[in-house]
Design a protein around this ligand. Structure first.
Ligand SMILES: *Cc1c(COP(=O)(O)O)cnc(C)c1O
Length: 387
């Protein structure tokens, strides 16, 4: 089956497993080998085999991953980077020049906010924050002619706000801007922003795509070939590429994304059911709940509601800290999206740096990355933590 057929006709899991790679013609290896090579023999000057010249520009292990990433996001071209932030920086430099302006989420991932506020700003790129769940606020933050893109995360972290990708794409395009969606929290299994009008998808593949907490990586996927050309140029010129070992691990993770995410969602639903009936819990934040303000939009654009659950405890900050410290099956730690369940206190951990700003999160908030262990064990652990 050709690459094109994989993309247009096959189901998600088939694409995740097969796209981007045909069994090696010489050996029949069904999995892309780890091409631990920096350079390639040329058959006479300029006689490249398969276009491979130097591994910053291209490496076959990375090429296989990039093809699979494009296929699962229903894009034309995928790019694999050393980290999610490296992917983001390359997108910015591919689209913007000093003097331009961008709109970013008012509750952006902390590292994304730092990139715009401390790095791209010094380079001359202005940014305005707006709530992704408020289309009018995003429209008002756009400066027609100067705004190059609207950057959106949905769901956001850790409050799980939802942005309407179709509506935000229309608002961005009206003003001649692009829509960039950080699809890390949903993963391509639950949401494909390019099919809803987004121009660029970025990922921290460190999270669900890798899925095993064993590799840091990032991705960009686009449909437009001019954009693809600009990103190809900047990926090579800046050089923050995914190495062959990291590409191998990320690609291995991607193959099981569908089954893992379904189990993450099953377990998250059971955890939500337990938490909503617990007397010590003040509020459960999960887009799958009808009480969530973004529920209708999430139901429209996501296949299911994901594996991240946030909740507030009635007894306040110290009780939230104590609950995190008592966890045994949940591991106390940052990051998310791996097979193992994680618990954290955003106010003191992932979001400590935004204390005192508009991005500050409630002190009684706990965030869970619900893993794929036995659901009853997860519920029993939380019961003990909150007991
Ligand atoms: C982790 C994360 C990033 C940054 O990715 P790294 O791989 O850590 O560089 C960006 N966006 C979101 C939503 C994330 O969770």
């Amino acid at each position: 089956m050709s690459e094109q057929q994989h993309r247009s006709k096959s189901g998600f899991e088939t694409r995740a497993i097969h796209a981007g790679y045909e069994p090696d013609p010489m050996t029949g290896a069904v999995i892309p080998p780890i091409y631990a090579t920096s350079t390639y023999k040329q058959d006479g000057v300029g006689g490249l085999r398969g276009g491979y010249e130097y591994s910053r520009s291209a490496n076959p292990t990375r090429t296989a991953l990039e093809g699979a990433l494009a296929a699962v996001e229903e894009g034309e071209r995928g790019f694999a980077f050393a980290s999610g932030l490296a992917a983001e920086d390359t997108v910015v430099r591919s689209v913007c020049r000093p003097g331009d302006h961008v709109v970013i989420p008012d509750d952006a991932y902390g590292g994304t906010y730092r990139l715009f506020d401390k790095v791209e700003k010094v380079w001359g790129l202005e940014h305005s924050p707006a709530a992704v769940s408020d289309v009018d606020a995003v429209r008002a933050a756009i400066r027609p002619g100067q705004t190059k893109f609207v950057w959106v995360e949905t769901p956001t972290n850790p409050m799980l706000n939802i942005g309407d990708i179709e509506a935000l794409a229309a608002v961005a395009h009206e003003a001649g801007a692009l829509l960039v969606v950080d699809n890390t929290f949903a993963s391509p299994y639950l949401q494909q922003p390019l099919t809803l009008g987004a121009d660029i998808v970025v990922h921290s593949t460190t999270k669900y795509v890798g899925g095993h907490s064993d590799v840091v990586g990032g991705a960009v996927v686009v449909r437009d070939l001019d954009l693809a050309e600009s990103i190809t140029f900047h990926q090579n010129a800046i050089g923050a590429v995914a190495g062959p070992f990291d590409s191998f691990l990320t690609h291995r993770g991607l193959k099981t994304l569908g089954v893992r995410i379904d189990r993450h969602c099953d377990n998250a639903e059971k955890v939500v059911e337990f938490l909503t009936s617990h007397p010590g819990v003040a509020e459960v934040i999960y887009p799958g709940l009808e009480s969530h303000p973004g529920h209708a939009v999430a139901a429209k654009q996501m296949k299911r509601f994901g594996g991240i659950v946030s909740f507030r405890v009635k007894a306040g900050e110290q009780a939230a800290l104590d609950a995190c410290a008592k966890a045994e099956v949940f591991t106390l730690g940052e990051s998310l999206g791996g097979v193992e369940s994680l618990i954290e206190h955003p106010g003191r951990m992932t979001h400590a740096s935004v204390a005192g700003t508009d991005l500050e999160v409630p002190a009684d908030l706990i965030r869970l990355s619900v893993g794929i262990e036995t659901a009853d064990d997860l519920v029993a652990d939380l019961d003990r933590c909150l007991g």
